[in-house]
Design a protein around this ligand. Structure first.
Ligand code: FAD
Length: 454
């Protein structure tokens, strides 16, 4: 162990950027949810691609596992150093390298966070649209192919990453893609790296596509007598070409949990949370049309707001759903399911999930990104009780099986990590072998984030 410290010090040349402090090891040992923690032997904070390259060369020669770390907000145990070794914390590589407003791209280091980037872009009238709930790092978001509420309009990370600089396991530094939105040159390596969960290389520079900040934004809340009516209204709104920026569905039991948690009096019925964005005229027309469509589907109440504070208040219940379940189950952890189904299947999938959790007597918030068929059941879990873990995992399995049967996927945005490994083969069959072969070619000794995905 002393040997490893001395050798790493030789590479990094700065003792302040190498840590064996117990609290720091602990921080890098566990994810946000219920997965079993495992401490790394050492945490290293690189500042350049050259340092990462030399460090990986060293680790590869000695078969030392290396687990990249962004801000640690991933939900499937991706940053847990399952086999010990080095936790490679990229927080100090947080420079915005180049903004090209007229070409709609930015080059960043991987430790830049989403809010840091958007703060900088605001002065150019631009923004970066992918918004996972947490203030995640761009490197982590590339690595999990993150998305969130904005994906109905702007797509997921894979639609925003134009190019990457990647350090491979043997220390080789390569570049993929470029700065333009179109290219048909050769294999699309960028797409291979997006979603690779730290198992194929370490991203040291990321080129992202940017968007103009819409002139107008309006948010709306529409309540419905049933989940089906809400789902059907959302589908008609999409078909009508309404400028939807976000469209989220929250079921009635979840609204009830929010009321209990916040002391609010939201109507306890299935609710659609909408955001319309674009030019003022299109947004005004969109709100009118959305309200008409909602009424045709039996909408009980349709309210909308343009003012910033009032907009936040209208979305308050949506933002509180996971916290409401956590507060109702003090001391317990959470497991968030993450399936995605064809859009038309979403209302039934949500109903089936509610039936399942009630049958098993587990508290759960259920909410969906109706625009793309991705929904979450945030389930309360006692990480110290094997029976609780088994029960919740069994529910997760049934939710995944239902989604796969309908042609969906086990994970829309959180990734495989440790928690969903068993579903990958069920979903992709023999293709998993090809994935494993690709991994073996790029990372021959398997040092990069071992124990994840496969
Ligand atoms: C409250 C809450 C809400 C969330 N909501 C959403 C949501 O709506 N949508 C969504 O997609 N996710 C959501 N997430 C999950 C999480 O925010 C995303 O998975 C995010 O992309 C993780 O980014 P991170 O910086 O925390 O990465 P980390 O958790 O630090 O790492 C994630 C993975 O990326 C790898 N990695 C990190 N940096 C690099 C790099 N430079 N090179 C190579 N690999 C790297 C790690 O090894 C790991 O495998 C949510 C999480 C929380 C806590």
């Amino acid at each position: 162990m002393t040997v490893m410290y001395d050798q790493i010090l030789n590479i990094i040349q700065d003792a302040d950027r190498i840590s064996r402090n117990e609290t720091i090891l602990e921080q890098h040992s566990k994810g946000m949810t219920y997965h079993q923690p495992q401490k790394p032997e050492i945490v290293v904070y690189p500042k350049s691609k050259e340092e990462i390259s030399t460090l990986l060369l060293y680790a590869n020669e000695r078969k030392i596992p290396v687990t990249p770390f962004g801000v640690g907000s991933s939900l499937e145990g991706q940053i847990i150093p399952s086999q010990g070794g080095i936790s490679l914390d990229l927080t100090l590589m947080n420079k915005i390298l180049e903004v090209r407003p007229d070409d709609f791209y930015v080059k960043v280091q991987p430790g830049v966070t989403r809010s840091q980037l958007n703060k900088e872009l605001k002065k150019y009238g631009l923004f970066f649209p992918v918004d996972p709930g947490a203030d995640a790092s761009i490197g982590g978001m590339v690595s999990t192919n993150a998305s969130g509420t904005n994906s109905v309009k702007y797509g997921t990370m894979k639609d925003q990453v134009l190019g990457l600089e990647v350090v491979l396991a043997e220390g080789r530094i390569i570049r993929s893609g470029g700065v333009v939105v179109k290219s048909s040159a050769g294999y699309n390596l960028t797409s291979l790296f997006v979603g690779s969960e730290g198992t194929l290389g370490v991203f040291t520079e990321i080129t992202l596509r940017l968007r103009g900040i819409p002139e107008a934004t309006v948010v709306a809340r529409a309540t419905f007598p049933s989940v089906e009516a809400a789902g059907s209204a959302a589908a008609f709104m999409l078909k009508a070409g309404i400028e939807l920026g976000k469209v989220e569905l929250v079921d009635e039991a979840t609204i009830k949990a929010v009321n209990a948690y916040k002391g609010t009096t939201y109507q306890e019925v299935p609710t659609l949370f909408l955001e319309l964005s674009g030019n003022q005229l299109a947004v005004n027309q969109g709100v009118e049309l959305a309200s008409e469509v909602a009424k045709e589907e039996g909408c009980l109440v349709f309210e909308f707001e343009q003012d910033t504070l009032a907009r936040a208040q209208l979305w308050e219940a949506r933002h509180q759903v996971a916290f409401a379940i956590q507060a109702a189950n003090p001391g317990k952890g959470l497991l968030s399911t993450d399936v995605c189904v064809p859009i038309s299947e979403l209302p039934n999938a949500i109903k089936e999930t509610r039936r399942l959790v009630e049958f098993h007597g587990v508290d759960a918030a259920i909410f969906g990104h109706v625009g793309d068929g991705n929904y979450h059941a945030v389930l309360s879990i006692d990480a110290n009780d094997l029976a609780s873990i088994k029960k919740v995992e069994a529910i997760n399995q049934q939710i995944v099986e239902y989604a796969l049967e309908k042609g969906g996927t086990c994970t829309g945005e959180h990734g495989i990590g440790i928690g969903k490994k068993q579903f990958l083969r069920i979903e992709h069959g023999e293709s998993v072998e090809l994935m494993q072969e690709i991994k073996n070619i790029i990372d021959k000794k398997g040092i990069l984030n071992p124990g994840k995905v496969f």
